[in-house]
Design a protein around this ligand. Structure first.
Ligand SMILES: [Zn+2]
Length: 368
């Protein structure tokens, strides 16, 4: 995949291709923008193009340098994701490796490229090591930091990087791109809206039948729960938890694939003993159920405040949203949204999912 195939992100692509064409590739870039907007993909293409044997302003994806990069075995291209360490240790080992490795000249290519996904997770000591590297980079080094938000990055790091911003695209652009890749029109529209114009996220969403059906079922439960008697609500809580245990390829809200390290994926299983057998479903799957619920209650607020023309993520369920929004007060909706935000936090820290979903159902029911 080359720059010419990226959907949208024209400004980012223009700047990067310009640097390649003029031969003025910077020592450090910071790619920032919401998850699923193509930061990792663009970083991969840029790294290939920098060392492409054709030497143009794009990757050819056919020369031996491009092929090595695509297979993850180019000796001059390194992806250094922070692993599953905790606290002060997050990313410290990887950043130290980079600090010593930069002084070895490129083995095959023109430049050594280091891609650091999830740079926002780096601990202060790891950031300090990055800073030291950025202060005196050898002329052949390019470091690409990736983060969702500038607010998460030290100002001293930001000031040493060229900033490349990634933004969501208009929904019709995303929808057209999905249809072009063979996704049915209806699914494409749904994915574009649900993922709020984030192309990469929408592609993963549209290509994941488990997630698509999970969303439908979660919304079915939420839209019927308001009028359910208490016993039924508790049964629905159980159903929600079961939905989370069906394995999806990926939740649409997960980080971009390149950002998920093997350690992170293994983490929920390793810690299953702590939270008991209920934690058997992966954290990411539990979170995706909560994210679907968040999208639903956020939509209810949008319908209340802006009407049917507001930016709805679940536009295909407009009728139900309008009906429910008329029944619920704004403070009640905000109350549930607040609970869901907390639920996300607690599930991340191994709270018992059954209890969390039961509490959610009781919150949704009238009179609580
Ligand atoms: Zn090439």
């Amino acid at each position: 995949m080359s720059f010419s195939e990226i959907v949208g992100q024209e400004e980012a692509v223009r700047v990067l291709r310009g640097a390649l064409a003029s031969g003025h590739v910077s020592h450090a870039y910071l790619f920032y923008g919401p998850p699923g907007t193509g930061k990792s993909l663009t970083a991969d293409i840029f790294a290939r193009a920098i060392n492409c044997e054709l030497g143009g302003d794009d990757s050819c994806d056919r020369c031996s340098s491009c092929l090595r990069s695509m297979h993850g075995n180019h000796p001059d291209v390194h992806v250094l994701a922070p692993g599953s360490e905790k606290g002060e240790n997050v990313g410290i080992q990887q950043m130290r490796e980079m600090r010593s490795d930069v002084y070895l000249r490129p083995r095959l290519g023109r430049r050594k490229v280091y891609i650091v996904p999830e740079a926002d997770r780096l601990s202060p000591p790891a950031c300090h090591t990055v800073l030291k590297t950025l202060e005196e980079p050898p002329p052949y080094v390019t470091i690409i930091l990736i983060a969702p938000d500038l607010a998460e990055i030290l100002p001293t790091v930001i000031s040493r990087c060229q900033l490349i911003r990634f933004t969501p695209e208009p929904l019709d652009v995303v929808q057209a791109a999905l249809v072009k890749r063979g996704i049915p029109e209806e699914t494409a529209a749904l994915a574009a809206a649900y993922c709020e114009g984030r192309v990469g996220a929408a592609m993963r969403f549209a290509g994941d039948p488990v997630f698509l059906s999970r969303r439908t079922k979660v919304l079915d439960i939420l839209s019927s729960a308001g009028s359910a008697p208490r016993a039924v609500a508790l049964k629905l809580a159980e159903d929600l938890q079961k939905l989370a245990s069906q394995k999806g390829k990926s939740g649409a809200e997960l980080p971009e694939p390149a950002n998920i390290s093997a350690e992170q994926e293994a983490a929920p299983d390793r810690e299953a003993g702590y939270a008991g057998p209920e934690a058997a479903s992966g954290k990411a799957d539990l979170q995706s159920v909560v994210d679907i619920a968040l999208s639903w209650y956020r939509d209810l607020l949008v319908v209340r405040e802006l009407g049917a023309d507001g930016p709805l993520r679940n536009r295909d369920r407009l009728k139900e949203l309008q009906q429910l929004a008329a029944e619920l007060s704004a403070p009640k909706i905000q109350d549930v949204l607040e609970f869901l935000t907390q639920a996300r936090y607690y599930l991340e820290r191994n709270a018992n999912p059954r209890l969390v979903f039961e509490q959610l159902m009781l919150k949704i029911m009238p009179g609580w």
